[in-house]
Design a protein around this ligand. Structure first.
Ligand code: IPD
Length: 260
């Protein structure tokens, strides 16, 4: 693929993430009338907005790039050689409960490698964007990971979902606390990773996360000068993977802490 057609995809992903985010924000603001809590599984929320927004993104991408394939969290799809991987709302639990912390996530993956990663937080109007080899930006300004190299000065977000055993999560949490990290957990893995890319925190780790949650944001961290594990494997596309994303100097200590 030429650089020009990749850049066209990048610009389209940014525009579509913003359009989709505006719809998410509008639905969030109307949520009092429409709130109906629904679950896909234990602690796994589903809202009608997820499906509505995913459909909008899929339609826009198909209009511009009819030969690309598409895979979305809600509706699934197919993994072709050139595929868009989309989470219409990452942070669905917060969205459903009225907490303004969620984003739209769009990744473009070619031959198994993430080439474009775009996240849009519609409540803060923050667009995080990366194209492989071109750096990472927040609302058009270059971003980079923090200079923190000592775990005792670090803020580490340790994500959790019911897909990983609480016992393993608790072991990692205990280790991180013993090492002196400031550990937190919020409700959007994608935003947690983006916050590493721009230095609001120093690491994001999770024992299991799906490709649609993290593919775009892992590229952001890479492009912002961070270190990430080999996340987007073939297996990950089908069934997720562990993720570790951090400032380069925290790599060894975090790989060790996550090894449970
Ligand atoms: C979830 C969030 C959460 C992470 C989970 C994800 P969803 O995605 O990113 O922070 O810990 O692993 O499944 O359900 O909000 O799209």
């Amino acid at each position: 693929m030429t650089d020009v057609s990749m850049h066209l995809r990048f610009l389209a992903a940014c525009a579509i993430a913003r359009e989709a985010g505006h719809l998410v924000r509008a639905r969030f603001q109307q949520r009092d009338e429409m709130l109906k809590l629904q679950f896909k599984g234990p602690q796994d929320y589903l809202t009608e907005t997820d499906a509505e927004v995913e459909k909008l993104i899929a339609t826009r991408l198909a209009e511009s790039f009819p030969d690309d394939s598409f895979f979305g969290e809600e509706g699934g799809g197919a993994f072709g050689r050139k595929v868009w991987i989309v989470d219409p709302i990452d942070g669905t639990a917060d969205f459903a409960r009225g907490v303004p912390y969620f984003c739209v996530s769009i990744a473009f993956v070619q031959d198994g490698r993430a080439e474009i990663g775009v996240l849009y937080d519609p409540m803060l109007d923050e667009l995080f964007a990366a194209q492989r080899g071109q750096g990472a930006t927040l609302n058009g300004q270059a971003i980079k990971v923090s200079p923190i190299d000592d775990i005792r000065q670090s803020v580490v977000e340790l994500g959790w979902s019911a897909r990983a055993s609480f016992d393993r999560y608790a072991k990692v949490l205990t280790r991180l606390n013993e090492l002196g990290a400031g550990v937190k957990r919020r409700g959007s893995g994608a935003l947690g990773l983006a916050y590493v890319a721009m230095g609001r925190q120093d690491a994001y780790c999770e024992l299991h996360i799906n490709a649609w949650d993290a593919a775009a944001a892992v590229l952001l961290v890479d492009e912002a000068g961070g270190w990430t594990n080999d996340f987007l494997t073939e297996e990950c596309l089908k069934s997720g993977n562990r993720v570790i994303a951090c400032t380069p100097k925290l790599r060894a200590v975090l790989e060790d802490a996550m090894d449970v």
